[in-house]
Write a protein that binds this ligand. Structure first.
Ligand code: ADP
Ligand code: MG
Length: 234
């Protein structure tokens, strides 16, 4: 499913996002990078339907979803911190988005088991979040985002809260989950961006400052601010 933002605006008073025009083709993986406070999370939350824009429209697969509830958008989102329900088992956590969409218990649990299997988490199905490592918790969050088989996946710095060895554990699962899907992947790590995505959008002060192939951008940044952010000193 494609994603398209047309003239998207959000105003928080001391910070304004946009206007953002951005088109992501079906099956394309795009990394969104930029300094802290540049509007990356806000942009993702607008696509997910968790934040309403003040202007502009959001299209998914050509359909205007600007006023559509998050759970009807066919979008899965993984946040920086694994936000699991502590009183539910892993299996119940993963089944929860299906149950809340009205899928029957039998089917919801069998689909949740399937997703856990795929992410190598089946043996943790009956544990509680507190009994898992942070890396395992984040893998369960990925499983939960995949439970409803979304064709659009949004990741908001999914490795940032993890220790470096755990990042190496979780990244391959993100890669696996991303295959065949349309992905927006927010990170401030350029290397991580190039691992996941072929295209990189650089956000600065709420605007798109650069947009292009990962290698091309790195080798030929469009302006000194982007160059500096990407780690060059021209
Ligand atoms: P990033 O993810 O790139 O760090 P954010 O999208 O989280 O950036 O935030 C961009 C700016 O918008 C920041 O200055 C932040 O303080 C502000 N902001 C984000 N969410 C809200 C909110 N709900 N209310 C007020 N200001 C917000
Ligand atoms: Mg953020």
């Amino acid at each position: 499913m494609s994603i398209e933002l047309r003239g998207v605006l959000k105003n928080f008073g001391d910070f304004a996002l946009g206007p953002i025009d951005l088109a992501v083709a079906s099956g394309e993986r795009v990394a969104v990078v930029g300094p802290s406070g540049s509007g990356k999370s806000t942009l993702l939350r607008i696509v997910a339907g968790l934040t309403a824009p003040d202007g502009g429209r959001v299209y998914i697969d050509g359909v205007d979803v600007t006023d559509v509830e998050p759970w009807r958008r066919g979008v899965g989102m993984v946040f920086q911190s694994p936000a699991l329900f502590p009183s539910m088992t892993v299996l119940e956590n993963v089944a929860e988005p299906l149950l809340s969409r009205g899928v029957g218990r039998g089917e919801a649990f069998s689909r949740a088991r399937e997703v856990l299997e795929r992410l190598g988490l089946a043996r943790l199905a009956h544990r509680y979040p507190a009994q898992l490592s942070r890396g395992q918790q984040q893998r369960v969050s990925i499983a939960r985002a995949l439970a409803a088989e979304p064709r659009v996946l949004l990741f908001d710095e999914p490795l940032t809260a993890l220790d470096i060895p755990l990042r190496g554990e979780v990244l391959p699962y993100i890669y696996e989950a991303s295959r065949g899907r349309t992905v927006l992947y927010v990170t401030h790590d350029f290397e991580e961006a190039t691992y996941i995505a072929e295209r990189v959008v650089v956000l600065m002060e709420g605007r798109v400052a650069a947009d292009g192939g990962a290698v091309e951008l790195f080798e030929n940044p469009p302006n000194p601010r982007v160059a500096e952010f990407l780690g060059y000193s021209n």
